[in-house]
Design a protein around this ligand. Structure first.
Ligand code: GLC
Ligand code: CA
Length: 550
């Protein structure tokens, strides 16, 4: 495997709307991000993944783009974007743009043209079908945001396809002109000096709509190779695809260097384990052995071919500390533990804004407090189908995307220092306790723990390229593994529970004959000095450490 700059990078995801508001209109913006670049440089990250900042009617907070080459006025102007790029660059930070090309906004010029008539040269940029004989939609395909994936267009008497909201019509990737337009636009951004692309729901672009195939369609990989050749392939950029249904076999198709498609993909198998039969509105408790088994499979299968992206959360998912850790008494320790487990795995780690200070889920009391189109649509779909208001509010509290979208908590000032005005979505009421300023002052700072992990990865190549060896696979409370290369062996142990755990290191074959060396990272584990590989060790709630073995 050829070594790449993004193998030992750490990516920080910014959801611009909720990061920092520079002008008091309640919406985060590019100048807000610029004002926080020093903060990000201090954390030590190498790359920012910027969720969409393009011109958009914001039906899906920017994932509905009406002009790919303009910035949404609420986020700033192109000059602010250029300033952000160059200031970030001077700090050694690259910016990865979110590329949303499965669909556009219905307010994109292409779609407006396409709606003019069936003969418009833009008609075939989108997916149109006649009604069935009884006038109903061409198929029963459902939208990912609830309801039918087909919307009737009265003026031209056809349905158009929208896998997401009806304001997000799907582009027709069977049309070579669409490829051309998208490639030209991508090259325009590459010219501006961006660090790469995060490719939104990219596994949908090879769809065969009349066969009912949406994800992983037959044309997907040829389309990506074509895109690679026409755009980023010759520029050494980071490209990461969002691929909900990827298996390790599929992920290798995307990320095997020899295939010249993408750098890596986001797989979601560990995430959907807590969704009952794929339904995020029926959340399940975490089954740690199953969770470890999934992540272990991905670690081993993408060992020499392909590359993993490592994440616990993003702008679509609940907060990691609430989902996989403990957001009460053990919030700090469990946030540090989760960070350790993730950053010591093989792959490129992603940090979602606020994760580095242990921000938690919001759990709003009233439906009106939620803003996300998916949450609001599904509240209706589910309550119409008989789910009670209370059960749906509980499900939203666990899995609404708004858990990740409440404003970044900078300080104990009003509105958490996010805005001088009224934020577009309410700040989490715990902001007086949980915020950047108080975390950084704390003796057990989560931020400093992340900072140390990021530095550690940079200093020890074993974390980047070393082999991964699972340990204690069946243990219901402990996540443990070994990383090793020719020079170094590192043992990573984490108590994923609030219980006291005893662990007999001598029971694990890969540890035989080794003794403990230098402690690289830990979260204030009390019993460390008494540890050795021959005796039983005790781990308190959410204890974790990484230690060299000799
Ligand atoms: C991706 C994005 C999500 C968005 C959807 C439609 O899943 O991460 O936020 O709503 O695509 O673009
Ligand atoms: Ca603003």
């Amino acid at each position: 495997m050829e070594q790449k700059w993004w193998h030992n990078s750490v990516v920080y995801q910014i959801y611009p709307r909720s990061f920092c508001d520079s002008n008091g209109d309640g919406i985060g913006d590019l100048n807000g991000i610029r004002s926080k670049l020093d903060y990000l440089a201090e954390l030590g990250i190498d790359v920012i993944w910027l969720s969409p900042v393009y011109q958009s009617p914001m039906d899906d907070n920017g994932y509905d783009i009406s002009d790919y080459q303009a910035i949404a006025p609420e986020f700033g102007g192109m000059e602010d974007m250029e300033a952000l790029l160059s200031e970030a660059k001077s700090l050694g930070i690259r910016i990865v743009m979110d590329l949303v090309v499965n669909h556009t906004s219905d307010e994109h010029e292409w779609f407006k043209q396409a709606c003019q008539s069936k003969d418009s040269p833009y008609r075939d940029y989108y997916v149109w079908r006649d009604a069935r004989e009884d006038g109903s939609a061409p198929s029963d395909m459902g939208s990912i945001f609830g309801g039918s994936a087909w919307q009737w267009h009265e003026e031209t008497q056809q349905y158009y396809l929208h896998m997401f909201s009806k304001k997000q019509p799907d582009l027709n990737w069977e049309n070579p002109q669409v490829h051309q337009e998208v490639h030209t636009m991508m090259n325009w951004w590459i010219e501006k000096g961006i660090g790469g692309f995060r490719l939104d729901v990219i596994d949908l672009i090879g769809k065969e709509i009349d066969e009912g195939i949406t994800g992983n369609g037959p044309r997907l990989h040829p389309l990506l190779r074509e895109m690679n050749q026409a755009t980023f392939g010759s520029h050494d950029l980071l490209t990461v695809g969002e691929t909900w249904d990827a298996t390790p076999e599929i992920a290798k198709l995307y990320s095997d260097q020899d295939r010249e498609e993408l750098s890596m993909v986001f797989q979601f198998e560990h995430i959907t384990l807590t969704w009952d039969q794929g339904d995020k509105w029926s959340p399940l408790p975490l089954d740690l052995p199953a969770f470890k088994q999934v992540l272990t499979k991905w670690q081993l299968e993408l060992g020499d071919t392909g590359w993993n992206s490592l994440f616990w959360n993003n702008h679509d998912l609940p907060r990691a500390v609430s989902k996989y850790g403990h957001d009460g008494e053990y919030r700090v320790k469990s946030a540090q533990m989760l960070a350790t487990v993730l950053h010591c795995l093989k792959g490129t780690p992603y940090v979602y804004q606020g994760e580095e200070i242990g921000m938690t889920n919001v759990k709003f009391d009233r439906l009106e407090q939620y803003k996300d189109i998916e949450s609001l649509n599904f509240y209706k779909v589910k309550t119409d189908a008989g789910v009670s208001h209370q059960d749906m509010m509980t499900a939203l509290g666990e899995n609404s995307r708004d858990n990740a979208r409440t404003p970044m908590q900078w300080s104990a000032e009003p509105q958490a220092g996010f805005t001088a005005g009224t934020p577009w979505i309410e700040v989490n009421s715990n902001y007086r306790d949980i915020n950047v300023e108080s975390d950084q002052r704390s003796e057990t700072s989560i931020f400093q723990h992340y900072q140390a992990l990021i530095k550690m990865r940079r200093e020890h190549e074993v974390f980047v390229y070393g082999d991964f060896i699972p340990l204690f696979a069946d243990n219901k409370r402990v996540f443990a593994y070994l990383r090793q290369n020719n020079d170094q062996k590192v043992l990573v142990v984490a108590n994923f529970s609030a219980e006291l755990v005893t662990l007999d290191l001598s029971s694990e074959l890969p540890l035989k004959g080794l003794s403990l060396g230098a402690l690289l990272s830990h979260n204030h584990v009390a019993s460390l000095s008494a540890m050795d590989t021959k005796s039983t060790m005790t781990l308190n709630a959410y204890d974790c450490f990484a230690i060299t073995l000799e």
